[in-house]
Design a binder for this molecule. Sequence first.
Ligand SMILES: [Zn+2]
Length: 294
Amino acid sequence: MARIQFLGAAKTVTGSKFLVDTGRTRFMVDCGMFQGAKNLRLQNWQPFPVQPSSVDHVLLTHAHIDHVGMLPRFIRDGYHGPVWTTPATRELTEITLLDAAHLQEEDANFANKKGYSKHKPALPLYTTGDAEKAARQLRSLDYGQVMDLSEDTRVTIRDAGHILGSGIVQVDLRAGSKPLRVIFSGDLGRYHAKILRDPSPFENTDYLLVESTYGNRQHPEEQTQESLAEIINQTARRGGSLVVPAFAIGRTQTLLYVIREMKSDNRIPDLPIYVDSPMAVDVTRLFCNYIART
Ligand SMILES: [Zn+2]
């Protein structure tokens, strides 16, 4: 009898981690960091509820830090196996983990300089070296490619349409007399997004573990592009500059695409655009590479 344990993203939306034990193999789906309030962030410093060396495989749904952010620590604490994910998530994860390690190191340095941490010295959750080591354990699995983790466990990743490379993990178990399909949705995108494909449909699922971040809300049908064009035109008319804060992965690229589209349609003037974030620039380059390949 296979067992699933929820090790994060339960009663909260960050720290996504599932452990599946089929009796023949043990694997994790995601290895996310807890984010937000201090009591959640403190959980990242607790020992893992599972011995990392007892796990055979890790699968990642997508490169957001609440799904991959604890990987360097998991590896430092003893996980030696492969980390499977799509080629784009593999490249994005390397960028996000190095960025996260850098921020952790900066925070620890700052705490030591100002002396406000009760830990002497304050340490990062993990270092750049740990993140680099984690990146070396990443392995590619294309969308739709079938892979056997063990005699009784087959996995396939399908497009989740959430960010570049994002996946829905389909697990087919052959334990017992009848096959069993378990689906881990990961984070799901919306339909008809500008620069991503629609999420793939699930088929013949016995158990569905679905994200529910916005489960209690209805996304309004906003005329976002019209509002944005109006703001840009108003600002341009009075000779101002528009500063737009945007997430480095996904949102920045969508904004660039939409602004470019509005320029081509002459709905806004031909203004210069600057992306003031090395991480967002790296990720945009990656988006362009993958778009060129499809
Ligand atoms: Zn996400």
